[in-house]
Design a protein around this ligand. Structure first.
Ligand code: 2HG
Ligand code: ZN
Length: 465
C-alpha cells in the first residue's frame, strides 16, 4: 500500500482550509477525478484534494505547509500531458493553476510578456497576435495547455524546425522551490552571465523541483503567409529524402508525417475528406513561406521523379490549409478512445533513415496483435508511435504487454543516440526506462539536485525519477 500523501488528519485538512476559501478547495469526487490526472488514460486519479491558488504567496504558504505536514503536491496545468506527469495517484494535493491565469506585464520594446503559469497557450498566442506579434510554440492542445505545463515538459509541437522549443522562448521564470523559497530566474534578461542559469534547469523538470508560478515569455514578428502541402509517399523510408529535398529548397516551418492508419482514424473520427485521390502508405505535411512557392514546386517535382512521392496537394487558401492541418493535428484525439500506449521518441535527423528501417522491422514483428499508428514531427526527429488497445483487452495487461516490448525499441533508440521522450516528458509512463537515455551518473546528479530543491520530497512524487 502506498503511504497516504494527503490531508489524512483533521489538523492538515484544517490547515488547508485556512489557506484556501471553500470555492478554491475541493474534495468532491468528480473534481478529484477531473483535476487528478492529465490526458493519459492508464492511471487512476486518487488525489485527496484540489486547490486553486491565486497568488505566489498562497503557493509559498501551501509548499511550506506541505513541508511541515505529511503532504505531497502534484502541479496541474491544462492536463494535456501524455506521460502521466500530472497524475495524482496516492492522496496527493493537486495544485491547479487555473486561477493564476493573468498576463501581468508587456514590454513592447523587448517583445516580452510576463504571465502567470496558468495562462493558456492559445491565450498567449492571441495576446501576441493582437499586438502584431507572434508566439510560435504551437500544438494541437494549445487551446487548453498552460504555459507552466509547457515549461515543465519543455513542450515542442509542430513548428520546432523553425522556432525551437518552449525553452527557446522563456526569458525568465519564477519558481517556488520544494522548500518554499521563491526564485526569480533571469528576470527576462537577454544577457546575464552570473553563473548557473536555474531557469534552464527548471524547464523540463516536470514539477519535481518546485512550482513554476510566473514566466517571462519572448514574442517575435509574425511569419509571412504560409502554404501547406500534403504529399503521399510509398513507404516510410521515402520521408527522409523528401525532407532533405525540401529543406534544401524552401524555408520550412513544419515537416510532419502520418501513416495511412493514422489518417483513417482521424478521418473517421472527424468525418474529413482524404487529402489525395489515391490512398498512400505514408503522408508528409509541409508548411513553408508563400514566397518559396516556386522552389517548393520544384522540390515536389524532384520527389515525384525520384519516386519518393506519389501525389501531392497544395493549399489554395487559409481555410484549405487548416483542413490539411486537421488531418495531422486531430490524430491524437481521434485515437484517444483506444487507450493508446504512447511512444514519443526522437533520434538525430541524420540517423532517421537507418532508425526508421530498423524500427519498422521491430514494430512489425513485436506487436502482431495490435494496430500501430505512426505520426509525428519528423522534421525535427520526433516520432510518435501509438500502439492501440484492442477493445477486448483490459488496460492493465495491455500496458504490461506494451512495456515488455519497450526495452527492444528503446535499445534501438539508444543505439541511434536518440531519446525515449522527445517532448512529452518522462512522468510515470517512461520513468522506468529513463536509463535508456540518461547515464547512471546523470540520474544520480538529477537525484542530488532534486534533494537540494525539494529536501523533503514534497514535489510531484514518483515522476521522472
Ligand atoms: C502530437 O504531436 C502530440 O500530436 C500528441 O504531441 C502525440 O498522441 C501523441 O502521441
Ligand atoms: Zn507531438
Amino acid at each position: 500500500m502506498p503511504s497516504q500523501a494527503g490531508p489524512g488528519t483533521d489538523a492538515v485538512a484544517d490547515a488547508l482550509a485556512a489557506l484556501f476559501p471553500p470555492e478554491r478547495l475541493t474534495r468532491v469526487p468528480a473534481d478529484l477525478a477531473h483535476w487528478g490526472r492529465d490526458s493519459t488514460t492508464a492511471y487512476r486519479a486518487a488525489p485527496s484534494a484540489v486547490v486553486f491558488p491565486k497568488t505566489v504567496d498562497e503557493v509559498v504558504a501551501l509548499v511550506r505547509l506541505a513541508n511541515a505536514e505529511p503532504l505531497k503536491l502534484v502541479p496541474s496545468g491544462g492536463r494535456t500531458g501524455l506521460s502521466g506527469g500530472a497524475v495524482a495517484e496516492h492522496g496527493e494535493v493537486v495544485v491547479s493553476f487555473d486561477r493564476m491565469n493573468r498576463i501581468l506585464d508587456f514590454k513592447p520594446a523587448e517583445r516580452l510578456v510576463r504571465c502567470e503559469a496558468g495562462v493558456v497557450t492559445g491565450a498567449l498566442q492571441a495576446f501576441a497576435e493582437e499586438r502584431g506579434l507572434f508566439y510560435p510554440v504551437d500544438f494541437a492542445s494549445s487551446g487548453s495547455s498552460q504555459i507552466g505545463g509547457n515549461i515543465a515538459t519543455n513542450a515542442g509541437g509542430i513548428r520546432v524546425i523553425r522556432y525551437g522549443l518552449t525553452r527557446d522562448w522563456i526569458a525568465g521564470l519564477t519558481l517556488v522551490t520544494g522548500a518554499g523559497d521563491v526564485l526569480r530566474c533571469n528576470n527576462g534578461l537577454v544577457k546575464n552571465a552570473t553563473g548557473y542559469d536555474f531557469r534552464h534547469l527548471v524547464i523540463g523538470s516536470e514539477g519535481t523541483l518546485g512550482l513554476v508560478v510566473e514566466a517571462d515569455v519572448r514574442l517575435t514578428a509574425p511569419p509571412e503567409p504560409q502554404r501547406v502541402m500534403v504529399l503521399g509517399c510509398p513507404e516510410f523510408s521515402a520521408l527522409p529524402p523528401v525532407l532533405d529535398v525540401f529543406q534544401q529548397q524552401a524555408p520550412l516551418s513544419a515537416f510532419e508525417f502520418f501513416s495511412d492508419l493514422a489518417l483513417a482514424k482521424v478521418r473517421t473520427a472527424r468525418e474529413l475528406h482524404p487529402p489525395l485521390g489515391e490512398a498512400c502508405p505514408f503522408y508528409a505535411l509541409l508548411e513553408f513561406d508563400e514566397s518559396a512557392l516556386e522552389a517548393a514546386s520544384r522540390a515536389f517535382e524532384r520527389c515525384l521523379d525520384s519516386g519518393w512521392a506519389l501525389d501531392g496537394v497544395l493549399s489554395q487558401s487559409d481555410a484549405q490549409a487548416a483542413k490539411l492541418w486537421a488531418l495531422r493535428e486531430g490524430i491524437s484525439e481521434s485515437i484517444a478512445p483506444q487507450t493508446p500506449y504512447k511512444n514519443d521518441i526522437s533520434v538525430p535527423v541524420s540517423d532517421m533513415p537507418a532508425f526508421l528501417e530498423a524500427a519498422d522491422a521491430l514494430i512489425g514483428t513485436a506487436y502482431p496483435e495490435f494496430e500501430v499508428c505512426w505520426y509525428g514531427h519528423i522534421g525535427d526527429g520526433n516520432l510518435h508511435l501509438n500502439i492501440l488497445k484492442p477493445a477486448d483487452w483490459q488496460a492493465a495487461p495491455f500496458l504490461e504487454r506494451c512495456h515488455e516490448v519497450s526495452p527492444a525499441l528503446f535499445e534501438l533508440v539508444a543505439k541511434h543516440g536518440g531519446s525515449i521522450s522527445a517532448e512529452h516528458g518522462v512522468g510515470l509512463l517512461k520513468r522506468d526506462f529513463l536509463g535508456y537515455s540518461r547515464s547512471a551518473e546523470e540520474v544520480a546528479l538529477m537525484r542530488g539536485l532534486k534533494r537540494v530543491f525539494d529536501p523533503n520530497g514534497v514535489m510531484n512524487p514518483g515522476k521522472l525519477l
